[in-house]
Design a protein around this ligand. Structure first.
Ligand code: MG
Length: 160
């Protein structure tokens, strides 16, 4: 069995008056993540982890910033497209683990909903998708509530 790991990281700036999407869920907060797409940096990190694990390039190559068709695109829609490529390559996800680094808002209550949205798309059980939320202890741009960053790691295998 050939197993491959991939790592993803993403950070987006927080801006007043935008909706905040994380893990495919709208989070109640006065600021949202700036981006050409919906700014869902958890999904973007997961996508980069999956692309890395499956031997593809990266999210910027797949969904270029300057391409108007991706403007405002929901992270869930991007993830569905990436999963179609993974299936085409006859691969499946073994597990994904991820960390959201956000000073605010508190996200623990949203994690079950994120899993409900993401697990069916990723075709994994809920205990095969780890989502952890932590603060940056007040340090740096994330600590000043100027941005939210996410890390993700994916393990995939090629089916026989
Ligand atoms: Mg991004």
């Amino acid at each position: 069995m050939k197993v491959r790991a991939g790592l993803g990281y993403d950070i987006h700036r927080l801006e007043e008056g935008r909706k905040l999407f994380l893990g495919g869920v709208e989070v109640d907060f006065p600021k949202g993540l700036l981006g050409h797409s919906d700014g869902d940096c958890l999904i973007h990190a997961v996508i980069d982890a999956l692309l890395g694990a499956s031997g593809e390039s990266d999210i910027g190559r797949l969904f270029p910033d300057e391409d108007p068709q991706y403007k405002g695109m929901r992270g869930t829609e991007m993830l569905r497209k990436v999963m179609a490529r993974i299936r085409e390559k006859n691969m499946e996800i073994l597990n994904i683990d991820s960390v959201i680094v956000a000073e605010k808002p508190k996200l623990a209550a949203y994690i079950p909903r994120m899993k409900k949205v993401l697990c069916p798309i990723l075709e994994v059980e809920e205990d095969d998708l780890g989502i952890k939320a932590k603060t940056n202890e007040g340090l740096g741009s994330v600590g000043r509530e100027e941005a939210i960053a996410c890390w993700a790691q994916a393990l995939v295998r090629k089916k026989d």
